[in-house]
Design a protein around this ligand. Structure first.
Ligand code: HEM
Length: 151
């Protein structure tokens, strides 16, 4: 029962974080491309201001629930891979948040759209990196327990 509760938080957090990145990158980014830079950059500022608190929450819940499952005895090479890639994703996100995101916010608020565009590009590259890792981690996490299953 406890594992089911931990998995509940674990899976929902993964869906929110990875799904949010997929939607931002694959749907929002191409859709806002034609907008004027001032409008487009301000829109990204509002989108990220709403999304990033969810990412912090998801990352904290993934780590806490994942470690709790490990301590409860669910282990394996897939868990080690998931944990390692998950921690890399979290470090990449923390860097994104405290460096380009802070600068991006300041630049948009000061109407410095050239600087904002440079910072947004950095954010995009980190999101791409985390999106690829996140998709891999989800598959590893969900299939890993069957890797040794022959039937
Ligand atoms: C950061 C440290 C993490 C730890 C310690 C951890 C640990 C675990 C453990 C112990 C399981 C259960 C595995 C099993 O039943 O065989 C699991 C499942 C899973 N994890 Fe993680 N995880 C972490 C991060 C992540 C991240 C970042 C994601 C996705 C973004 C993720 C996605 C999943 C998924 C999709 C499952 C499969 C759930 C299921 O189908 O039962 N995990 N994780």
């Amino acid at each position: 029962m406890m594992i089911a509760v931990l998995l509940f938080f674990h899976i929902l957090s993964a869906v929110v974080w990875v799904g949010g990145m997929f939607f931002a990158h694959q749907m929002v980014r191409p859709s806002v491309g034609p907008l004027e830079p001032a409008v487009r950059l301000a829109l990204w500022r509002r989108i990220f201001a709403l999304f990033f608190p969810w990412v912090w929450t998801a990352a904290a819940l993934l780590l806490a629930s994942g470690l709790a499952m490990e301590i409860s005895g669910i282990r394996g090479i897939h868990v080690t891979i998931m944990e390692s890639l998950g921690v890399i994703m979290m470090l990449a996100f923390a860097h994104l948040y405290f460096s380009p995101w802070r600068r991006f916010q300041r630049a948009v608020d000061g109407n410095d759209f050239a600087v904002a565009a440079v910072q947004l590009n950095k954010i995009r590259r980190i999101v791409e990196f985390n999106l690829v890792l996140g998709l891999i981690v989800v598959v590893v996490g969900a299939t890993g327990r069957y890797w040794g299953y022959a039937g």
